[in-house]
Design a protein around this ligand. Structure first.
Ligand code: AMO
Length: 418
């Protein structure tokens, strides 16, 4: 048989040689035996640098002492691609390497077992989200990422040259998922990149992230969204855990079913819990963390909604529905997971005149949103939706402090390579 992979290590002991080779399944051992393995194979292995790609021809032998139970007795070895020395980053070294070095040589970093486990987990999570959305009656859609108008405020828009004119990278599929509510599709979701010219250098902000968006029509209020989110996350986590267990992925142990229902804490109540007076300024990340600790300690809840965001805070979110009876409050909410915001969403304003007024209140011109507004003129059902940051959810579940680690090739203010 023929086996190939990265040569992680080679040792020789008298008449024996042992090569530890790595492929996607993990490690396997290739044994060289004087008398049985040709001399030139010994010679090749003695000089080939670690991490080279080597292919072996040989026969399989059971060996209870080999790490993997069986081994390949080599007859032939071919170096398919030698690795230069020294390696810019060790693959097996346990010494801590800083994150920048890891990202600079990410392909080597990604050879590490724990990263294979992590990205297998991320893939499973994404697949489980898709299946769970489908079970809940949502249709998967793709909306454009090159836009004439932004949706989340001008400050974080990336502009691109569009044949001599100006266009923007989508910060969110917001306006499109809402337009689809006027089409009888009723429930849509999308998993796609979102771009934010996010200047803040934090552990939870990227300039390109994966946004898991959903929108649903004929809701009576935000409660319908909360129930959908509870079902979506519970199903997704159960599916993920089952798939991880099947794959013997150690991250399975980190996935617990969240306690339902998730507590709903009105924004002003959250402020009170943090000892802050009533007010319209947002919670900072430290306050979110403190709330997460409180919720975990006092209510045993890792996941909870912060509801009724103040209208003042959502001024630029012109599409957010203000409560008719309490115009100072919106039907908008966040879902925090252990002190980290992972979802944001709410009920949208579907009444044309109110919506136009809110666009003006945000300092924008409804004329510029003619395309977005048109569906509201011809029968737009009440609707709402939300977006979940896949990178944040992955990081949080896997216990990573920095959201960058949850992406293969992260983008932030300072990083465009590799
Ligand atoms: P929002 O801007 O709150 O809402 O984003 C939704 C979720 O996306 C994630 N997220 C980010 N993750 C990494 N880096 C970033 N820079 C970043 N920005 C956001 C977070 C956040 O909770 N259109 C609305 C959603 C809606 O109302 O449906 C929106 O985009 O997890």
């Amino acid at each position: 048989m023929r086996v190939a992979g990265h040569l992680q290590e080679y040792r020789s002991h008298g008449s024996l040689g042992f090569a530890v080779v790595r492929d996607r399944a993990g490690l396997f051992q290739v044994t060289l035996k004087k008398g049985e393995t040709p001399e030139e194979v010994f010679a090749t292995l003695a000089t080939v640098p670690r991490e080279s790609v080597v292919s072996f021809e040989g026969r399989v032998a059971e060996n209870p002492r080999a790490k993997v139970g069986s081994e390949v007795l080599a007859q032939q070895a071919v170096v398919l691609s030698p690795a230069e020395t020294p390696l810019p980053l060790g693959v097996v070294d346990k010494v801590g390497v800083d994150l920048d070095t890891r990202f600079n040589h990410r392909f080597l970093d990604l050879r590490k077992r724990e990263n294979h486990d992590l990205f297998q987990f991320r893939g499973i999570l994404e697949e489980s989200l898709r299946s769970s959305f489908r079970d809940l009656g949502f249709l998967e859609v793709d909306t454009p990422k090159i836009l004439r108008q932004g949706a989340e405020g001008g400050a974080t828009l990336f502009s691109v040259d569009y044949f001599g004119g100006k266009a923007y990278l989508a910060q969110s599929p917001q306006l499109y998922k809402q337009m689809l509510m006027a089409t009888d599709m009723e429930r849509v979701f999308e998993i796609a990149p979102a771009f934010r010219a996010e200047p803040s250098d934090t552990l939870r902000h990227l300039t390109e992230f994966t946004s898991v968006d959903a929108e649903m029509a004929y809701i009576d209020g935000p409660e319908d969204l909360w129930r959908t989110i509870e079902a979506l996350l519970s199903q997704t986590l159960e599916r993920s855990r089952a798939a991880l267990e099947k794959a013997a992925n150690p991250l399975a142990a980190r996935i617990a079913s969240p306690r339902r229902p998730f507590p709903r804490i009105p924004f002003q109540e959250a402020r009170k819990m943090l000892g802050k007076p009533p007010g319209d300024d947002d919670l900072g990340s430290e306050e979110e963390k403190a709330l997460g600790e409180l919720m975990g300690r006092e209510q045993g809840s890792e996941m909870y909604f912060i509801t009724e965001y103040p209208s003042q805070l959502k001024l630029s979110t012109f599409y957010a529905m203000r409560q008719d009876a309490h115009p100072e409050k919106t039907n908008y909410f966040d879902l925090d997971f252990g002190g980290l915001e992972i979802i944001s969403g709410g009920q949208r304003e579907h009444r044309l005149e109110k919506l136009k007024q809110q666009i003006r209140n945000a300092g924008l011109d409804p004329e510029n949103f003619a395309g977005y507004l048109e569906p509201f003129r011809f029968g737009m059902p009440p609707h709402g939706g939300f977006a979940l940051g896949l990178d944040r959810l992955t990081a949080k579940l896997a216990g990573l402090a920095n959201v960058r680690e949850a992406r293969l090739f992260p983008r932030d203010r300072f990083r465009l390579d590799p």
